[in-house]
Design a protein around this ligand. Structure first.
Ligand code: SF4
Length: 457
């Protein structure tokens, strides 16, 4: 029997030299079923494809149904890419967190910017955080059956009344029971605590981190790590609420408090376990912890240790920098002003290369109304406003973490958080822009032999 909520999965691209290309799949084809089963998401798709014999039911763009028989190695990928990882729609959030970033955006943007996802599948596939407040028993059963681990859980507080107050949801009080469920099933989560001063800080924060550390035991600890993150507020926050921004004094207080707990956890559970996001040190104007502090960087996706890791990777990669580049070139490297100090040594080293000049443009976000901004939050509006009167040299090096690429990943289909297309920025600045994904990309762009050949990728 077919489920009406599951839609045929729309294929957006076919990997070259893949089985799918051999067979003749085209973008726009839709995958209906595999061996008679309708995949409801990428997780089902991968699971169903791990078979040597497949029978695929496919709808082509003219609406004609085809049956395709495939024989392959069990671990061989078909080479299909889909419009979305979810073929039965997004599981949406049922909370009302006052600090929700989605609600802190201005109105009038694309609908997708206002979607509040709280979907365990995206958490498993891409590491997005979820709250576990919206899962019926069948979904819990599926998590256990498919061993979907680790998941990434927004805890914020373990005391039921504090978590309920933060998430504005009575179901939020069940967290400790849910952590016991993960423990019983030998499944793992990574936790995050967004600290809202006056609500879940002080003794509540200590209570939460101690509770979470209780689950960091055994060879498969149910709570693998916890990240402590400062609340982020924007000027578009709706109405009056109880939130206050994190001050320098508050950041210093939280750092001191968590450091003491880290020492204790190291002795009791053998790991620092609860990690402070880099932002705390930037707000507190304190030096970042050394590289040795971060163990295996378990919360790197949450901005814990990402600056330290970036500096370390640069140090290694910089050994391969040439003494000189020709032709001479001058680039503008855009970053959030929160990392200005930390990244000064990088600029200094790059400028030691003869013929290379890199100027850092460390910007805050007028768009969000922030005086200190991390790179990932800069918008097209901010960059355009701050750079349009500046001499930008031969091009802009743009960290791609401020961009969201669409299906086609062209400049027209790549957007900043404020919905501005990358192509608009390039057009308005009349300057080449080079999105850089990482240190290797940054260095590649700096020493490229053909700087005139730059494309806005
Ligand atoms: S759970 Fe996430 S998406 Fe939902 S209201 Fe809270 S912050 Fe927003």
């Amino acid at each position: 029997m077919r489920s009406a909520s599951i839609q045929p999965a729309i294929i957006t691209s076919v990997v070259s030299d893949s089985i799918a290309e051999d067979i003749g799949f085209d973008p726009g084809d839709r995958l209906v079923s595999i061996n008679g089963e309708q995949p409801r998401d990428l997780i089902d798709y991968r699971f169903l494809c791990s078979d040597e014999y497949l029978t695929l039911e496919v709808l082509d763009s003219a609406g004609e149904v085809h049956t395709v028989e495939i024989e392959k190695d069990f671990d061989e990928d078909l080479g299909l890419e889909f419009e979305s990882a979810l073929f039965d729609g997004l599981i949406q959030c049922n909370n009302g967190c006052p600090f929700c970033f989605i609600d802190q955006q201005p109105p009038g943007k694309r609908d997708t910017l206002y979607l509040k996802d709280d979907d365990y599948r995206l958490s498993f596939l891409y590491g997005s955080y979820l709250t576990l407040t919206n899962l019926p028993p069948a979904e819990w059963e599926r998590i256990a059956r498919l061993r979907l681990s680790p998941l990434y859980v927004s805890v914020h507080a373990t005391e039921p009344e504090v978590r309920q107050r933060l998430l504005k949801n009575p179901r939020a009080g069940l967290l400790l029971e849910q952590l016991r469920w993960f423990q019983e099933h030998r499944l793992q989560i990574h936790a995050q605590v967004v600290v809202c001063p006056g609500i879940n800080d002080g003794s509540h924060l200590e209570h939460t981190l101690r509770d979470l550390a209780q689950f960091h035991i055994g060879d498969t600890p149910a709570v693998a790590s916890a990240a402590v993150v400062p609340v982020g507020l924007t000027q578009f926050r709706p109405g009056e609420d109880e939130l206050v921004p994190v001050s320098t004094a508050k950041a210093n207080e939280v750092i001191e408090q968590v450091k003491q707990l880290q020492t204790e956890f190291k002795a009791t559970v053998g790991s620092t376990f609860a990690w402070l996001a880099d932002e705390w040190f930037l707000i507190a104007r304190q030096a970042l912890p050394p590289e040795s502090h971060y163990e295996t960087y378990p919360q790197i996706g949450n901005g814990v240790g990402s600056i330290r890791l970036f500096l370390k990777q640069f140090e290694t990669a910089a050994q391969t920098l040439p003494d000189r580049v020709t032709p001479a070139r001058h680039f503008t490297w855009v970053v959030g002003n929160a990392v200005e100090k930390a990244f000064e040594p990088i600029v200094e080293r790059l400028n030691q290369v003869d013929g290379l000049t890199v100027t850092m443009a460390a910007l805050n976000s007028e768009y969000w109304g922030q005086s200190i901004t991390v790179t990932g939050l800069l918008t097209g509006y901010d960059i355009l406003g701050k750079l349009k009167e500046r001499h930008l040299g031969d091009g802009i090096l743009l960290p791609s973490l401020m961009l969201k690429r669409g299906q086609h990943a062209t400049p027209e289909d790549t957007f900043f958080l404020d919905d501005m297309a990358l192509s608009d920025l390039v057009h308005q600045l009349q300057c080449p822009v080079w999105p850089v994904d990482d240190i290797a990309g940054l260095l590649r762009a700096c020493v490229a032999t053909d700087i005139n050949g730059w494309q806005c990728a």
